[in-house]
Design a protein around this ligand. Structure first.
Ligand code: TRP
Ligand code: SF4
Length: 400
């Protein structure tokens, strides 16, 4: 089996809203059916920016997990855990810090961007500079191949790839690597060994990426290899040493632009959100009072849907027939704005119904959530400990 492992994290800094649902959680729910998935609460990452308001984080952690479960993230399929409950992340972060050039961190675009954007906070801290490094540790410690993230996070994944390469380059070399690798090839057995050799040559001599992928799949398919030999053979494909840490790929989430109530992107800082489990009355009130095309002062004034935030909601929630009804009715002043908003209200309520129901189970019995996370942390920790054993050994830290 070609083992694709998916990992993603979310910072607990407040309640989740429909932007998170359409932009992230729906995607997680799809991924969990296809891949081994690990999803975690990035509470340490939240502290890098919210170190002076830790109570916000504390309150958000469990609420956020309930939001995930409400959205359909299934603990029977995906592993859910909290970053700080797997302290190995911190150990890997520390060890990787030894080989991380400061310039790499200073050059990550989010570093300066966020400092400017959040200028009311003092983010000239060691922890904040290390944000992408902590994220790299999160990813590398599970040898995750696919990391679903938004566009803004792509430089962090690129940074992680470079760091993995640097680590493997520094610590993946061992005396007699070439010979050991060739012995490992023999252990694959005649037919597979031959295929591996051919694919490796095609990649190394012709730069054929498909051959590289095929060779990796072949290795994943080969059962009778020790962990060490497998790492050697992965490393031997691309170059000179063992591949101890795997380079991840960004799994770009197609930007679903969930509009906010005012037509800007939905975001807590714009105060234009509908939360995932928004109280029904509040939801109805918020949509009813949404601004519309300013040209429609009176009911008899025609409008232009493209100038109206409500239209953007129809783009998310309505089918073609309904959209045509909005277009015709708005331009001819045939419908009123409240009439136009009603199907949106109905659609959001409908979307939230199963979420509210699922959440209720966990609100009624909080131990369920605690247990899901306890199980998840335990699983995550086992995986993390495996990688840490290899990392410590590679860095010469397994004294006996
Ligand atoms: N930085 C991510 C964000 O702001 C959250 C995060 C932390 C993360 N660690 C991660 C995402 C590891 C993916 C993988 O959204
Ligand atoms: Fe907006 Fe609908 Fe009113 Fe037109 S009819 S202005 S699209 S709310």
């Amino acid at each position: 089996m070609f083992a694709e492992k998916v990992l993603s994290g979310m910072r607990p800094t407040g309640s989740l809203h429909l932007g998170h649902y359409h932009g992230v959680l729906k995607n997680w729910v799809n991924l969990q059916n296809e891949y081994e998935c690990l999803f975690f609460v990035a509470d340490w990452h939240a502290l890098t920016t919210h170190y002076d308001t830790p109570q916000v984080i504390e309150q958000s952690v469990w609420e956020m997990v309930i939001d995930w479960l409400a959205a359909g993230v299934d603990p029977a399929q995906a592993t859910l855990f909290i970053q700080s409950r797997v302290p190995e992340h911190a150990e890997l972060h520390l060890l990787l810090s030894m080989i991380t050039p400061l310039g790499w961190l200073e050059r990550v675009p989010t570093y300066k961007d966020q400092q400017e954007k959040l200028s009311e906070k003092d983010l000239s801290t060691y922890g904040f500079l290390g944000y992408p490094l902590l994220q790299a540790a999160d990813i590398l410690i599970y040898r995750a191949n696919q990391v679903p993230v938004g566009e803004d996070q792509v430089p962090h994944i690129e940074f992680t790839r470079e760091l993995a390469r640097r680590f493997n380059h520094l610590y993946g070399r061992e005396p007699g690597f070439e010979e050991k690798a060739q012995n490992a090839v023999k252990k694959m057995g005649g037919k597979k060994a031959k295929l591996y050799g051919e694919l490796r040559t095609r990649f190394q001599q012709e730069g054929d990426d498909e051959a590289l992928e095929a060779a990796k799949a072949l290795l994943n398919d080969t059962q009778n290899l020790s962990l060490g030999d497998r790492e050697r053979l992965f490393g031997y494909l691309e170059g000179g040493g063992k591949m101890i840490l795997a380079e991840p790929h960004a799994l770009l989430t197609v930007a679903s632009r969930m509009p906010g109530l005012d037509g800007q992107k939905m975001s807590k800082s714009y105060n234009n959100t509908l939360t995932l489990r928004e109280d029904q009355d509040s939801l109805v009130r918020k949509i009813r009072t949404m601004p519309t095309d300013p040209a429609r002062v009176r009911r008899t004034d025609p409008g232009t849907p493209e100038k109206c935030p409500v239209w953007q909601f129809h783009m998310v929630y309505s089918d073609d027939g309904r959209r045509q009804w909005v277009q015709d009715g708005c331009i001819s002043a045939g419908i009123g704005c409240l009439e136009c908003k009603q199907p949106v209200i109905d659609a959001v309520l409908e979307e939230q119904k199963p979420m509210r129901e699922r959440a209720q189970i966990y609100l009624d019995d909080p131990t369920l959530v605690r247990n899901i996370i306890a199980d998840g942390c335990e699983k995550a920790r086992e995986l993390a400990c495996e990688t840490m054993r290899d990392v410590r050994e590679a860095m010469g830290l397994n004294y006996s």
